[in-house]
Design a protein around this ligand. Structure first.
Ligand code: SF4
Length: 381
C-alpha cells in the first residue's frame, strides 16, 4: 500500500476541469471552514481563478493560522552542497549528467571546512544536498558526512537521491532527521519529457519515496513540485493530495513543502508554464489553510523583495545566504552552481530584516538529544 494507489485514482484532466469550475461560493465555503477543516475539494477552490478576488482574505487567514501554530518565528537554514556529480539527465538542471562541467565531491576535510563556514553564519542545523549519484555519493559517503556534521550541529537534513527504506533507517541511526524529496511534476508525460536518463526516470519509485520515509519513521519529510514543468494548479493539487495522504498515514512525522520555480542555470531550458508572484502567494495561503501543521519553506531562488512581502503570509522556513555549489561557503566561490540564487542577503541580514518585522529567527530544527527523552522517561518510571 502506498500513495501510488491513491494517485492512480486521480485524473490530471479531471482535476484541471474541476478547479476551473470552482466559483465564488466554493471559495467562500472553503474560507468559512474551521482551522484544520479544509478538504481537498476546498483546496481546489482556493487555488482556482475564482479565489483571486479573495486573496487578501486568504492571506489574512493564512497569517493568523501560521502565527497561532508557529508564533512570530522563521527557521533559517543554509544548504550545504556535498557534490555536483549526477547520474541523471534532467533537462532543467545545471548538474545534469550530459552537461560538460567540472565535477566535485567534497573530501572529509572540505566537508569540515564547509560546515565550519556554515556554523559561523549562526546555523545550528544543516541541510546536505547532492546530485543523484548513488555509487559515488551513496549511504557510506553520507554516513561519513553525518559523522563530521554531528560534532557541530544539533540536527541533519538531506536532499539527495531517493533511497530504499533500509537505507533511510541506517542513515537515521547515523543522525539523519529530515529528508526532502520533490516529485518535480505529477504529470507522467511531462515528467518523462524532462527526465531522460538515470534512476530518476522511474516515476513510481520517486512517487513512493515519501512512503518509504514514513515507514522508516523519518521525523520530517519534505514534499513539493518544481513549478514550470506543467500546469501549476494541477501540480499544486497533487502535492496537496500527497500531503494529506502522508499526514493521515504517517501521522508521527512532520511535513514541509517548498515551491521552487525554475531558475536560470548552466544549459538552456525554458519553463513550459510560468508561476507569477501572485500565483505563488495564492498557493502558499491555500496550503496553509489546508494544513495548519505543515512547514512552508521559501528559498533564496526568490527575490529579496518578494520574500520580504511573502514571509508573513504562511511561511515558516527560509534559506539564507545559500551557495548552490560544492564548497561554495568555504572555498569554491566560482565553481558550477545548480542554479542562480536571487536573494543574496546573509543569514544575519535576513535575521535583522525579520527582527524589524517583529519576527525572531530560529537557527535550529531538531535536537538529537530529544531522541533520548523516551528512554529517560522510561528509566524514571
Ligand atoms: S535535478 Fe537532481 S537528479 Fe536531475 S540532474 Fe539535477 S541534481 Fe541530477
Amino acid at each position: 500500500m502506498s500513495f501510488l494507489a491513491t494517485f492512480e485514482k486521480l485524473s490530471w484532466d479531471q482535476t484541471l476541469a474541476s478547479i476551473a469550475e470552482k466559483g465564488a461560493t466554493d471559495v467562500e465555503r472553503a474560507l468559512a471552514r474551521p482551522t484544520g477543516g479544509v478538504t481537498l475539494d476546498d483546496f481546489q477552490a482556493l487555488i482556482s481563478p475564482a479565489a483571486v478576488p479573495y486573496l487578501e482574505a486568504m492571506a489574512q487567514r493564512s497569517h493568523q493560522q501560521t502565527v497561532e501554530r508557529f508564533g512570530y518565528t522563521q527557521q533559517l537554514f543554509s544548504p550545504v552542497y556535498l557534490s555536483n556529480v549526477c547520474s541523471n539527465v534532467c533537462t532543467y538542471c545545471g548538474f545534469s549528467a550530459l552537461n560538460r562541467i567540472p565535477r566535485k565531491i567534497l573530501s572529509d576535510e572540505e566537508i569540515a571546512l564547509e560546515l565550519e563556514a556554515v556554523k559561523a553564519l549562526g546555523m545550528d542545523h544543516v541541510l546536505f544536498v547532492t546530485g543523484e549519484a548513488n555509487r559515488m555519493v551513496g549511504v557510506p559517503y553520507l554516513k561519513k558526512a553525518f559523522k563530521i556534521a554531528r560534532e557541530r550541529f544539533s540536527s541533519i537534513s538531506m536532499e539527495v537521491q531517493p533511497l530504499d527504506q533500509a537505507d533511510y533507517e541506517e542513515l537515521m541511526s547515523a543522525g539523519l532527521s529530515a529528508v526532502l524529496v520533490y516529485q518535480e511534476t505529477y504529470h507522467r508525460d511531462s515528467y518523462a519529457e524532462v527526465h531522460l536518463r538515470g534512476m530518476k526516470k522511474n516515476f513510481e519509485y520517486r512517487l513512493e519515496t515519501p512512503d518509504r520515509l514514513g515507514r522508516a519513521g523519518m521525523k520530517k519529510i519534505g514534499l513539493g513540485a518544481l513549478y514550470g514543468l506543467d500546469d501549476w494548479r494541477a501540480d499544486s493539487f497533487f502535492v496537496a493530495a500527497h500531503l494529506r495522504y502522508m499526514e493521515k498515514t504517517y501521522w508521527r512525522s512532520r511535513y514541509s513543502l517548498s515551491f521552487p520555480r525554475i531558475r536560470p542555470h548552466e544549459g538552456d531550458f525554458s519553463p513550459k508554464t510560468v508561476l507569477t508572484d501572485r500565483d505563488l502567494i495564492q498557493i502558499i495561503c491555500a496550503y496553509r489553510l489546508l494544513s495548519p501543521e505543515v512547514e512552508l519553506s521559501l528559498s533564496t531562488r526568490e527575490s529579496a523583495s518578494f520574500r520580504n512581502h511573502a514571509y508573513k503570509l504562511g511561511i515558516t522556513t527560509m534559506s539564507a545566504g545559500s551557495k548552490t555549489n560544492p564548497g561554495g561557503y568555504a572555498a569554491e566561490k566560482d565553481s558550477l552552481k545548480q542554479f542562480e540564487i536571487s536573494d543574496e542577503r546573509s543569514p544575519g541580514e535576513l535575521a535583522a530584516m525579520l527582527h524589524q518585522g517583529g519576527y525572531e529567527a530560529v537557527w535550529k530544527d531538531w535536537d538529537a538529544s530529544y531522541d533520548k527523552v523516551p528512554e529517560v522517561m522510561e528509566a524514571m518510571a
